[in-house]
Ligand binder design. Structure first.
Ligand SMILES: Cc1cc2nc3c(=O)[nH]c(=O)nc-3n(C[C@H](O)[C@H](O)[C@H](O)COP(=O)(O)O)c2cc1C
Length: 364
């Protein structure tokens, strides 16, 4: 367990332990502006000794980058002033933090019925096979979106954040470009191979790198699974995964955040390495694992109301000891309990709470 409590440094990132708060959308930012309640929520996690806090997904400056007005924006004076308070509060409590910058791409409409002023946009106007709910992006839309990712990253650095995470996972915009099901383009942003379909992400990463400089740590979050198919594998072999991740590493990614619903599930037959393990092995970059750490059940079931009990960290530590990954992201346990890290560190296991859906209703 002690190894999880060793510091980690990479470029701008200097964190006191290996535990990362996973990005979790909370929709508590009316009109996209994070208020004092949001700053206090993140500050409580810094006080609770989380090593690195990743913010909830916060959207870039495109007219339809979000399907929910309560998701925070990472553009515009009022939202950025809100984020300034967030990072100041986290730093005052000795924490480190990066925003997860996000464009949702083609989305399903929000259950509230709210819609942005312009249609959703994505590589081909679809977010799963057969479901058109937006427009195919023009070259200008693509160029403006890349620039908007760069602006958000530059603002993250200017406000004093320690890192930035590009959201490239979970069937949102960047992932829609990676995925053959949602990227039907025949121009240079499409292609038959996963390697060809990395082009949009590569251009985003290069733009972000050019705006933040060499010494600012860039994280990208990726997932094989899709919202419409949890067993989906874009990369079916280690070779295909290498052809996906290498261009991203070459473009400037420092840390791969490999999203799984259950961290212990092997990525390919013949090895027990998980996604974070393969990302590190194939690229030589640092990696973050995530998915049901310390909990009995996974997070998509949590949205359907399923509760989870605390679970052992032994298997996580076995993989961590082996050097499979550098950092461990924890979602629901930290959503429900700001002191989860302290309790783990101090071996107060009887005080661990697990997760119940009621925790989603407020900023605990
Ligand atoms: C309420 C909630 C909101 C989430 N929002 C995001 C998000 O904005 N961006 C993201 O990449 N993942 C998001 N996730 C996924 C988490 O970051 C994490 O990968 C997932 O919960 C698995 O970790 P856990 O099992 O420790 O909860 C969300 C998860 C939850 C529970």
């Amino acid at each position: 367990m002690n190894k999880l409590f060793q510091p980690f440094s990479l470029k701008s990132l200097n964190i006191k332990n290996r535990i990362v708060m996973a990005p979790m959308t909370r929709s508590f930012s009316p009109n996209g502006v994070p208020g004092d309640n949001v700053a206090a929520y993140y500050q409580r996690r810094a006080q609770g000794e989380v090593g690195l806090i990743l913010s909830e997904g916060t959207v870039i400056n495109r007219p339809a980058s979000s399907n929910d007005p309560n998701i925070p924006r990472f553009h515009g004076d009022s939202s950025l002033n809100g984020w300034q308070k967030v990072i100041n509060s986290v730093h005052a409590a000795g924490g480190s933090m990066g925003p997860q910058i996000w464009h949702q791409g083609v989305m399903d409409n929000h259950h509230s019925g709210w819609l942005p002023l312009t249609p959703f946009e994505g590589p081909s106007g679809i977010n799963r096979p057969g479901n058109t709910n937006g427009l195919a992006m023009s070259d200008k839309n693509i160029a403006d979106t890349i620039a908007a990712f760069g602006d958000a990253a530059a603002d993250a650095k200017r406000l004093g954040f320690d890192t930035v995470e590009i959201h490239g996972a979970h069937t949102y915009l960047i992932d829609q470009f990676f995925n053959a099901d949602t990227n039907l383009r025949t121009d240079k942003y499409g292609g038959k191979t996963l390697a060809e379909r990395t082009r949009f992400a590569v251009e985003v990463i290069k733009e972000v790198r050019s705006r933040v400089g060499e010494d600012f740590a860039i994280i990208i979050r990726l997932s094989q699974w899709k919202g419409y198919d949890y067993s989906y594998k874009m990369a079916k072999t280690p070779e295909e995964m290498e052809s996906w991740l290498t261009p991203l590493a070459d473009a400037g990614v420092d840390i791969f955040h490999a999203s799984q619903r259950r961290f212990w599930e092997p990525e390919f037959e013949g090895s027990d390495l998980n996604f974070a393990g393969w990302a590190k092995k194939l690229t030589g970059k640092a990696s973050i694992t995530v998915g049901s750490v310390g909990l009995s059940g996974e997070f998509m079931a949590a949205f359907r109301g399923e509760s989870s009990d605390p679970a052992s960290l032994d298997e996580l530590l076995r993989r961590f000891d082996r050097g499979d990954f550098d950092l461990v992201a924890v979602g629901r346990p930290l959503l429900a309990d700001a002191d989860w890290v302290k309790k783990i560190k101090e071996d107060r296991t009887s005080e661990l709470k697990g997760f119940a859906k009621e925790a989603l209703a407020e900023l605990l």
